[in-house]
Design a protein around this ligand. Sequence first.
Ligand code: SAM
Length: 276
Amino acid sequence: MEYSPKIMQDNLDRNNFKFKKNFGQNFIIDKNVIDNIISKSGVDSDTLVIEIGPGAGSLSAGIASKCGNLVCFEIDKTLKPILEENLKEFNNIEIIFEDFLTADVNEVIKKYNYKKIYVIANLPYYITTPIITKIIEKKINVDKVVVMVQKEVGDRFKANPGSKDYSSLSIFLKYYFDVFKILDVSRNVFMPKPNVDSIVVEFVKTKTKFDVKNEEFFFKLVRDSFTQKRKTLRNNLKAYDLDKISEVLAKYNFDLSVRAEQLPIGIFIDIANTLC
Ligand code: SAM
């Protein structure tokens, strides 16, 4: 597949394709950026790759030429003829025309047997957080996630306690992954051109072993702690044993008037392990 705004536009025009803003459609048209993402991801023939939103297939073609198998989830069925044309030289790609958020991804990838599973995607910006949350909550067993996202969203993934972007997702991400920024990407390499620049971030399965007695309980406690972000733990955790929580917080010089956004993962783990 060739890369230039003109070639891409001709190809899309031939199929009467109209970009859909509500699907976050900004397609990459720069081969250097694509090559850079793929080489930095370290994908090889021992890797099964899941791509969310192949669009016209420019990133998919690059991935498929390096990986074992590629499974794509695309919500927009009008892209079918375009993808079939652009990816016709590959026999290691499965395209599923479904919403990634509702698809049974674990069932789909069950039939593949690979040492490594990566997610690589230029994410539709309007559902970046739900996609990452789904990967975590559905326990899709990925070793690495390499995603292009809007710059400020990428910064959010690395948020620390005390920052306005710190949320339950920051804690879940920390539990599973180490997060790295791998590339800055200018808005000029997309068609149509978005209003903001992007970055590529990488989540690598963490080697840190957190000592959590009951994962489900820990996740629920974290989620409940952030129910109303501006409220204190005393308010958000009314249904829990507040005396015990208070005792744990005292060890770290906090009390029940603290807000969840001020607490690091270790304190949540201590509270969860004390309560169950
Ligand atoms: N990968 C292509 C590229 O880089 O040129 C397209 C990236 S574009 C930012 C996002 C893609 O995600 C679009 O093709 C869009 O139709 C698709 N998409 C949007 N919402 C989706 C969803 N819920 N599930 C699967 N694909 C989705």
